[in-house]
Design a protein around this ligand. Structure first.
Ligand SMILES: [Zn+2]
Length: 250
């Protein structure tokens, strides 16, 4: 554990706390730059000591200090997950340009993941900036325009075919935008691994939920959670997995 790792972990917790407030405010259609945070249950304004990532939640035993109602586990979990993503990015890429661009990607991926899990919806206000960021970010870190465009075309095309075939029943418009976003973020050939992982993870979760009887056949699972999760995995480990696979073949 170096000092850098600790600083990045703490920074990740703070960003995670910010992302929680972005998710809440997007749902409330409030600006996330102005106004103070308040308890969603009793609307009491929160002070600094209520907003310390993870720590406030633990000290207050998961309850609001003012109304004693339960605070969602989402808050500490998103904070911790963001911190762990930051650590993983740092350990993989050091304090490089890639680290900064992928950190920006991860803000959007985490918001998309949590929002889709909670509300079964991918907001255009999140997906469209993420597409632009994916395009510019990949250029900035030196991906060739060919790899970038092929990634985008395959990501979009893969979901577009299913959208057309099912007349919009399996795949929503939000998923098409995510297809383009993740294609730009990871490029070719990593997009093929990403699509494979999306369906592999999706199938494993579906089987687990079916066997636990939490879902029945025909229920829809929000695809955005699998796309955003798989994108994060491919950003972190994609090159390694693809090299391992190619070595394995030869
Ligand atoms: Zn409260």
């Amino acid at each position: 554990m170096t000092v850098n790792t600790i600083i990045i972990f703490l920074f990740g917790l703070i960003i995670g706390s910010f992302l929680n407030s972005v998710i809440f405010r997007l749902h409330q259609k409030r600006s996330f730059l102005e106004g103070r945070s308040y308890c969603p249950k009793c609307r009491h304004q929160l002070s600094v000591r209520d907003l310390i990532p993870v720590v406030s939640f633990l000290i207050q035993k998961g309850k609001c200090r003012y109304c004693q109602k339960k605070i969602s586990w989402q808050y500490p979990l998103v904070e911790l997950a963001t911190a762990l993503v930051f650590i993983a990015l740092y350990l993989n890429f050091g304090l490089s340009l890639k680290f900064f661009i992928y950190s920006l990607y991860s803000f959007f991926l985490i918001v998309i993941f949590v929002y889709d899990l909670k509300y079964y919806l991918v907001l255009d206000g999140v997906a469209i900036p993420a597409i632009l960021l994916g395009f510019l970010g990949s250029l900035i870190i030196g991906m060739s325009l060919t790899k970038l465009l092929i990634g985008g075309i395959i990501g979009l095309g893969f979901f577009l075919i299913q959208f057309v075939v099912s007349k919009g029943k399996w795949i929503g418009g939000g998923d098409l935008r995510l297809g383009l976003m993740c294609g730009f973020m990871v490029g070719w050939p990593n997009i093929s691994l990403l699509l494979f992982l999306t369906y592999l993870i999706g199938a494993m979760v579906a089987i687990a939920l079916l066997s636990l009887k939490r879902k029945k056949w025909g229920d829809v699972l929000p695809l955005g959670i699998f796309i955003s999760f798989a994108t994060m995995v491919v950003l972190l480990f994609g090159d390694g997995i693809i090299h391992w696979y190619l070595d394995f073949l030869t």
